[in-house]
Write a protein that binds this ligand. Structure first.
Ligand code: SF4
Length: 391
């Protein structure tokens, strides 16, 4: 099948480039502890061997940054780093990677007296000095609060698109063009809407596609496939990541899934003219990364999926996240949210925190809450049984 891609500009990332003049690049992310240099190098090489053109690594502190320097010495893989709230980490990581990603929604926590424009100026300066590309990575769970405040609570897409466009305009005003954009959500429909709207306004900017927290395979692959078919089939998307909850020794499966989806799309084997309307139980989980503090997380996600099957007929969303850094925010839109610490799993129902439970206690506690939600939905009139209440 011949696909006419949006005329996105070329962005050089180390030895490779993304943009419409280049094949779509599949990328992935290490889930090993960054300070375990040996394991992280091995996983980066595994991911690259499976076909990942770019491998992302999480760096949260100075020790991680020091480990990154050692990782760089031991792998030829093209590396990227996610900056979290502490944007100043950029100067420690940029010398060792080919791309840095910042999230516009994370530029409000540190140095509150400084404008986001000043922070982005610093990031551009740091990237330029270190020959790095950048990604403006907008995420549904952490959208710029000023943008979110402009729209009704049920409009998750407009704030994301507006935030991305605003940052592109600002980067352009600095004459920095070596960047791509991502707009991610755990709902493939929103990923499709957000990327279409963005691409409609800025067809020149390369897009990194992904459905965040897609969850366990095979459902996680199906959600991602739905979004990629709709977008890539319409010429939108220059690099992709399939985010799956997988044990470390199977992490390369997400790279293989990415290549398989692309291969199928380009061969006309598409299967999603339908929109993704989850009117049944929806268990989402993050793909894990070095921030996971207890490896029991992947097992927990699988047990949650099995234990909750009995509620399959109810439109309830359960989110299982691997860490305390992003877990609280990323579970905001779920009916029941779990995020993992070293010894305890935190649980919330809608916006209400219910407490922290041991890995042995959490499933029975979760079941109690789920039973209660099922009862509520069962006793509700038919017209609202399938409606997510967020309660
Ligand atoms: S929720 Fe935490 S552990 Fe999971 S991918 Fe995001 S940062 Fe990593």
């Amino acid at each position: 099948m011949s696909i006419s891609r949006n005329p996105t500009r070329s962005v050089q990332i180390g030895h490779l480039a993304i943009g419409s003049a280049h094949p779509i690049v599949v990328q992935s992310m290490c889930a090993t502890r960054t300070q375990d240099v040996h394991a992280t190098v091995a996983q980066a090489n595994d991911l690259a061997a499976a076909g990942a053109g770019i491998v992302r690594i999480a760096v949260d502190n100075r020790n991680d940054a020091a480990a990154l320097a050692a990782i760089r010495q031991n792998t030829e893989t093209t590396l990227a780093v996610d900056l979290q709230e502490n944007y100043r980490m950029a100067e420690l990581v940029a010398p060792h990677v080919e791309k840095i990603r910042y999230n516009p929604g994370h530029l409000f926590h540190h140095e509150k007296q400084k404008s986001w424009q000043d922070k982005v100026r610093y990031l551009v300066d740091t990237a330029s000095k270190n020959d790095c590309a950048m990604r403006v990575g907008v995420n549904c769970g952490s959208v710029d609060p000023d943008k979110r405040a402009l729209y009704p609570a049920d409009d998750a897409v407009s704030p994301m698109v507006e935030s991305a466009l605003e940052h592109c305009d600002f980067l352009d005003s600095l004459s920095f063009t070596r960047y791509c954009v991502s707009l991610k959500d755990s709902n493939p429909n929103r990923v499709i809407d957000a990327n279409r709207r963005f691409a409609g306004q800025r067809p020149d900017i390369p897009l990194h596609l992904g459905v965040t927290e897609a969850g366990l395979p095979p459902e996680g692959i199906i959600k991602t496939r739905i979004a990629f078919e709709q977008l890539i089939g319409a010429g939108i998307g220059d690099t992709v990541r399939v985010s799956l909850t997988l044990a470390n020794d199977r992490k390369a499966d997400e790279v293989r899934a990415g290549h398989e989806i692309l291969h199928d799309i380009y061969n006309g084997r598409v299967r999603s003219v339908v929109r993704f309307e989850p009117d049944t139980l929806n268990v989402i989980s993050c793909p894990s990364c070095s921030r996971v503090e207890n490896e029991a997380f992947v097992d927990l996600a699988q047990r949650v999926k099995q234990m909750t099957r009995y509620a399959e007929a109810y439109a309830i969303t359960i989110a299982v996240m691997g860490c305390r850094v992003n877990g609280p925010g990323e579970t905001d839109d779920a009916d029941l949210g779990l995020w993992c610490g070293p010894k305890y799993v935190n649980l919330k129902r809608g916006g209400e925190k219910l407490g922290a439970f041991t890995y042995d206690e959490i499933l029975p506690r979760l079941k109690r809450e789920l039973d209660d939600l099922v009862d509520l939905r069962s006793s509700a009139p038919e017209c609202i049984v399938r409606k997510k209440t967020g309660a």
